[in-house]
Structure formats: C-alpha cells, structure tokens
Ligand binder design. Structure first.
Ligand code: AMP
Ligand code: ZN
Length: 480
C-alpha cells in the first residue's frame, strides 16, 4: 500500500516518500493568529492535518514523524484587539494577555476535537533572531532591499515567482492596486520587515536598520519551519486561501535564502468551509466558533467527536457546507456505531480497505462509506480500530449531546427566563450570572485582568456576552 497525496505545486496526486527516510517525515502547517476564538473554518485544517499526522505515524512509526504548527503571536490584528480590550495597560502587556489567553482557548478547543498536539508549536516572537538571519541573507544575496526602514523582497529577482499559485508576475502586476507604497520598487514586492510605531512591539532590526521593527507575516513561517524542520522538508499545509500570497512568499524567502530548488516537497491545501450555504461572516450572523458549537449551537452543546466526524465526511479538498442537518446526522451515525463498538476490543489491524481509502489522498469520505460497510456486516472490532486510527474514541461517554432549553429574549435583548441547560450541567440562572458579573467587576476594580478575563470567558462559554458600557456599568446578554 502506498500513500498518495495531491500536491498543489504540481497539481498532481503523487506517491509520497520522505525526502530523508533516516530523518523521517517532516510536516509544517500554518497555525492560528491568536487574537480571538477560532471559528469552525479554522478547525478544518487542524482536523485534516491531524488525520494525516495520525496516518503518517501509523505508516512510519511515531518517532519518525515531526509535526510543527506555529502560533502567530505578532500581528496588526492582535495589536488592535489588545488596545481595544485593555485600553489602560501598556500595549506589550495587553498583547501578552490576549495572545496567552487565546492560545489556551485554541488548545482547549482543538483538544476537544480529538486533535493531537503537534510535536512543536513554535511562537513567532521566539524566532525573531532566525527571521533577522533570513532577512540578512536575502539582502546579501540581492533578493531583498532596504527602503525607508522597511525590508522588501524583490519578486522580480526570482525567476519562477508565482509557480505555486500559477500566476505570472505580469498578470499579478496588472491586477495589483494602483496605489503602491512609496517604499516599494515593484507593486508585488512584499514586506519582510517594517519599522514599529512608537507604541508597538519592536525588536532590533536586520540589514543595518537602526530603528526598532517587526517582521512581516510570511517571514515568520520561513523562520520557524527552518529552525524546526530544516531548509527543505516534506509537507507544508494550510487552507486554500494561504496559497497566495502567504505560501508563495514563504517559498520565495526560503528558496532564495538557502539557494534551494524547493522549500517543501508536497504542498497541501484544504478547501473552504461555509455555513448553511453561505460564506461565514459576522455581518450575516452565521459566524460560529468552535467554542460555540461545543457549548451551544442551535440548542445543543455538541460533542467534539461529532464535529470531527462531520468535518471528515467531505474530502478535504472539496468545499464543505456546515449545516445543522449534517451535524445532526453525523452525531446519530456515530452514536449508532458507538452503541455497538464500545463493548468490543479493537482489532490489532486496521482493515486494508480503510487504509487504502485514507492513503488515497486522505479520502475520508470514502473511508466513512467503508466504515458503514463494516458496521452493516458487524465487523465491530475492525470498525473500532478504524475509528481509533481516525481519532475517534468509540466511547459513548464522549458522545453526549446536551440539549439547552430555549432562552426567551425580551425585546431589549436581556434574559427573561432561566438559561436552563438540560442534562450534564447544573441549571444556570440569571442570579448565577449576576454573581459572576459582580465578581468580574470586583476583579476589574482591583485591576486583576487575568481573573476578570477568566470570568468573562466562563460566561462566554455559557453563551453570555458581557458589555462594559461607557458610563462604567456592565450589562450582559445571551448571545444568539
Ligand atoms: P487564519 O487564522 O485566518 O490565518 O486561519 C488559520 C487557518 O484556517 C488557515 O490555514 C486558513 O486557511 C484556515 N481557514 C480560515 N478560514 C477557513 C474556512 N472558512 N474554511 C477552511 N479553512 C479556513
Ligand atoms: Zn505560514
């Protein structure tokens, strides 16, 4: 049996073999920018590459696979969020609070989805030295230039820039906006390093620049993958939206810095997720976080394994439409299987039809068809070992879906009746919520931001959103 993976770089399904079998398989996946709860679209690459990670460990052995997924903890969105959430704190401290808290939330969420932690989770801010090193190399080799305290990558210096996205430089330039930043020689040149504004986080700059600065987004992944996987490695993944410009630019940086013909051998991209037939967006009101699904979405707190199963019903390269109906079906299917498999010991081996399907470019939708077949023919111990390979526990205790009673909202948006959470959780009524709000106000009064955040997040997990009003009062409402 051979593993075949679709490679965005060649647009072909290829037989996979590690570049260096002694070193094992090295895989890098672009991770979250930590400023807010991860949404269900962000969960897709985490789940898809977790399945690949589990398969690679099965095929090559656990100590022969190294999976790196970064945490982007320096970014304009983080700065904006920090300033908005903690206007009274120095920005650096506010940023630390936002990134630490968001990273922890992210871990809790993806743990609940049954995803293994990667072997290394590097943070961008801990790799600034490697970024400076890469940038110095690029300037020295003539691929990058310094202008107005910025360092720019000069795309015209790389003869096959655009190969991953299959766009020529001429096409890209024609499509570029007319307004070009004054420090750019060419509209497509991209930022490797930029000066920090006086109140922003800043580090000593590369390339002889004397003011403090901060990295561009793309250089972060080139630096972290280099540090933890080497100049060239096996698999690089992420969502399809990252092909251009993020991955194209990572390739440009790494290949030009190391004079290497490739950065990663196989480039894999998951398709996009939409919700009930529409692009997910805050303004359409269909934006769902993982946390919301786990605590209260359309009347239920959904078990992580049902979310995971629902994600895997669609092949990872296809777009996926996230609907209540398919999630409900997924939950029912798993429940019917778990009822029978939980008493059965897993088979020592995963049946070949399952391994074949998953090794064919992670064809999880075919895998699920095969799982239905195992269930129908009551090959239960094989069903259990197959579920286990895909990251499912097979235990009914992990599959309880908790119904939440309807919450009646008054016209003002305040809670009128009890938020009764049926089963599992204790009833949580307004008095309980008011108590938490009071505790949070007390924490804020003594400037204990950690505690006040913790309480706010606890409330958020209960579906209660806190509002700090300009007049100093705090109100809350149930998020729907
Ligand atoms: P971001 O935090 O936006 O950089 O996204 C983190 C990861 O989630 C990236 O790999 C994105 O490609 C992926 N992603 C973001 N939105 C979606 C979506 N709606 N569907 C599938 N993947 C997504
Ligand atoms: Zn990246």
């Amino acid at each position: 049996m051979e593993l075949r993976l679709y490679n965005t770089l060649t647009k072909e399904k290829e037989v996979f073999a590690p570049l260096d079998s002694a070193r094992g398989v090295r895989m890098y996946v672009c991770g979250p920018t930590v400023y807010d709860f991860a949404h269900i679209g962000n969960a897709r690459p985490v789940i898809v590459f977790d399945v690949l990670y589990r398969l690679l460990r099965q095929l090559y052995g656990k100590d022969k696979v190294k999976y790196v997924r970064n945490i982007t903890d320096v970014d304009d969105k983080i700065n904006a969020r920090a300033a908005q959430e903690y206007p009274d704190l120095p920005l650096n401290e506010a940023i630390r609070l936002v990134t630490e808290k968001t990273e922890q939330q992210f871990h809790e969420d993806v743990d609940a989805l049954g995803c293994l932690r990667p072997d290394v989770e590097p943070r961008a801010t801990e790799h600034i030295a490697e970024m400076r090193d890469l940038i110095d190399r690029l300037v020295k080799a003539g691929f990058a230039y310094v202008e107005q305290d910025h360092v720019l990558f000069e795309v015209g210096k790389m003869n096959d820039y655009g190969r991953l996205a299959r766009r020529s430089l001429d096409e890209m330039e024609a499509g570029a906006r007319v307004e070009v930043a004054p420090y750019k020689r060419n509209p497509m040149d991209f930022v490797l390093w930029k000066p920090s504004k006086p109140n922003e986080p800043g580090w000593p700059s590369p390339a002889g620049i004397t003011v403090l600065g901060r990295p561009g987004w793309h250089i972060e992944c080139s630096a972290m993958s280099w540090k933890h996987l080497g100049e060239t490695f096996d698999i690089h993944g992420g969502g399809i939206d990252l092909v251009f410009p993020h991955h194209e630019n990572e390739i440009a940086q790494s290949r030009c810095a190391f004079h290497a013909p490739i950065m990663a051998k196989t480039w894999m991209h998951n398709g996009f997720l939409q919700v009930e037939g529409e692009k997910m967006s805050k303004s359409l009101g269909n934006f769902i976080t993982i946390r919301q699904l786990l605590s209260d979405w359309k009347g239920y707190a959904w078990p992580g394994e049902a979310l995971r199963f629902n994600m895997l019903r669609t092949h990872y390269r296809q777009p996926i439409d996230w609907t209540f109906q398919s999630l409900d079906d997924s939950h029912k299917t798993l429940w019917s299987w778990y009822e029978l498999v939980q008493e059965v010991a897993p088979a020592a081996k995963v049946p070949s039809e399952i391994l074949d399907a998953i090794s064919d470019d992670l064809n999880t939708s075919l895998v699920i068809t095969e799982l239905h077949g195992l269930f129908r023919s009551r090959r239960l111990s094989e069903l259990r070992s197959s579920l286990y390979l895909l990251g499912f526990s097979g235990k009914k205790e992990n599959l309880h879906r908790i119904a939440r009673a309807q919450v009646n909202l008054t016209t003002s948006g305040h809670l009128a009746s009890q938020t009764a959470i049926v089963g599992g959780f204790a009833n949580t009524g307004p008095s309980e919520i008011d108590k938490l709000v009071e505790q949070r106000n007390a924490a804020r009064a003594r400037k204990d931001w950690k505690e006040s955040d913790r309480i706010r997040d606890e409330l958020k997990a209960m579906g209660v959103v806190i509002k700090d009003n300009k007049d100093g009062t705090t109100t809350w409402e149930v998020a729907r």
